[in-house]
Design a protein around this ligand. Structure first.
Ligand SMILES: *[C@@H]1O[C@H](CO)[C@@H](O)[C@H](O)[C@H]1NC(C)=O
Ligand SMILES: *[C@@H]1O[C@H](CO)[C@@H](O)[C@H](O)[C@H]1NC(C)=O
Length: 189
């Protein structure tokens, strides 16, 4: 094979690969909160994220008033629940941030402005890896004082027994404990 032919063949392979990549995995850009943007609105983000399927490579656009808010990515559901921005994974504060979802699993975002976060400015999204995989059943993630559903181990799932996870929570009769894909009603807590 001549060098020219080799180069041509190589280029053909590259172009084909590129085309396949582009057509199979085009990333989606989601504007958080749609026209409302990123702001304190009761329940908005739970409902906004519901029914959407987020994939690795997709992006979230946060538009907000940077004088009162920011976008603080926190590491877990507890930080989200308690509006704890003391050890963030990332902080964005331009007022118009594009956050690319780079890894599968739960991503938690809050406003570091405690009052805004408490009012509902917090979002968690579940990012899935393979676009061809079926959508996992959405875990109820609503923050409610009663009848709350806890995912054991939060984003870590049910792997090794972790007393820290349960110590920080108070369980009530009637709540549901979710072991990733099996759920049971608690009656003995
Ligand atoms: C937090 O948000 C409130 C509006 O809910 C605003 O009045 C206040 O200035 C903000 N605080 C900070 C530190 O930006
Ligand atoms: C739980 O999930 C695992 C892996 O996703 C699967 O192999 C297993 O069959 C599931 N169990 C139930 C009870 O659905």
């Amino acid at each position: 094979m001549s060098t020219t032919k080799k180069i041509f063949g190589f280029m053909l392979v590259m172009i084909t690969t590129f085309t396949v990549l582009l057509s199979c995995c085009s990333a989606t850009v989601y504007k958080v909160g749609d026209s409302d943007g990123w702001t304190a609105k009761d329940d908005t983000y739970y409902n906004w994220a519901k029914g959407k399927e987020f994939h690795v490579g997709d992006s979230l656009v946060f538009e907000y008033d940077r004088n009162v808010n920011d976008v603080t990515q926190v590491s877990g559901a507890l930080e989200l629940e308690f509006c704890d921005s003391s050890s963030p994974k990332a902080v964005y504060n331009t007022g118009n941030d594009v956050v690319t979802l780079k890894e599968p699993g739960y991503h938690h975002f809050i406003s570091s402005n405690q009052s805004q976060c408490t009012l509902g400015q917090r979002l968690d999204v579940l990012v899935v890896h393979d676009p061809s995989r079926p959508i996992p059943p959405p875990l109820p993630r609503k923050i409610l004082p009663l009848g709350q559903i806890y995912k054991v181990g939060d984003s870590e799932g049910w792997k090794v027994y972790d007393s820290e996870w349960s110590e920080a929570k108070q369980f009530h009769v009637g709540e549901t404990i979710s072991f990733s894909n099996t759920t049971m009603k608690s009656t003995m807590f």
